[in-house]
Ligand binder design. Structure first.
Ligand code: HPA
Length: 245
């Protein structure tokens, strides 16, 4: 079974034939909402809306540990996350999608590890490759079959939010080598790795990052929503193919 974590613009998965929903409890509290079980083209999928089904949980308040623990408890191995981002690199224009291959964590004050108690031996997971290369390849192959253009690779910068960045912060991120900026990539990716899940992300560019291109003016979130709605059609198309691989 494949797990899909939907982000902003994907609180539901239209192509999912729902069979049932299940409320889960974990040692870390409750996930963002009940898990939705169903099928895409006859393949079993479980879906979770990262921000809750009514989109009420801001990025810094998402219970990432509970979300991934709940998915792990289903004994599945593959998790695809969908996340909206601001574009920094010139080709990361609104509406484009990317399969990032690296991440830099600028978040703080989040519960970012399962290894913070005294109940387990200290463990330093290897995080050289934050995203599962096999899952990334499958996403790229699915995009190819679906005839959807995606950027192969890129560095995701995870900021704390919920505010957007200053222009100077975006310049700094660019100097760091960040191509796209979002608020949910961490600690999600690291927690998935701690649990041994094969995790990869489809990042959808909702807007130019602060101070970039047309956004000499403030970022208009209404525009971003319209861009995302359109781009999610392409993402669903990719997901319909990825279940076949
Ligand atoms: N910054 C941070 N997170 C985001 C953005 C952004 O510009 N757009 C969508 N998520």
């Amino acid at each position: 079974m494949l797990a899909i974590i939907g982000g902003t613009g994907m609180a539901q998965l239209a192509c999912l034939e729902i069979s049932h929903r299940q409320i889960m409890r974990t040692p870390y509290g409750e996930p963002s909402g009940p898990l939705t079980f169903g099928k895409i083209n006859n393949h079993e999928v479980v879906f979770l809306a990262r921000h809750g089904y009514g989109h009420t949980i801001p990025p810094h308040a998402v219970n990432y540990r509970a979300n991934l623990w709940a998915l792990r408890s289903l004994s599945l191995s593959r998790v695809i996350s969908v996340a909206s981002v601001g574009g920094i690199r010139a080709d990361f224009t609104p509406g484009m999608a990317a399969i990032p291959d690296q991440i830099i964590d600028y978040t703080h004050s989040r519960k970012y590890t399962y290894y913070d108690g005294t109940d387990r031996p200290i463990t330093h997971i290897d995080f050289t490759e934050p995203y599962c290369p096999i899952t990334r390849e499958r996403l790229l192959e699915a995009a190819k079959r679906a005839n959807e253009k995606v950027i192969d690779g890129g560095v995701y910068g995870a900021t704390q939010g919920p505010r957007l960045e200053t222009a100077a912060e975006i310049n700094r991120l660019e100097r760091d080598g960040v191509d796209m900026v979002g608020m949910t990539g961490m600690p999600e990716a690291a927690l998935a790795k701690e649990l041994g899940l094969c995790y990869a992300t489809i990042a959808v560019v909702a807007n130019y990052a602060a101070g970039r291109a047309t956004s000499a003016h403030a970022i208009r979130l209404e525009d971003a929503h319209a861009v995302l709605e359109k781009a999610m059609v392409g993402v669903r198309n990719i997901l319909e193919w990825v279940v076949e691989l």
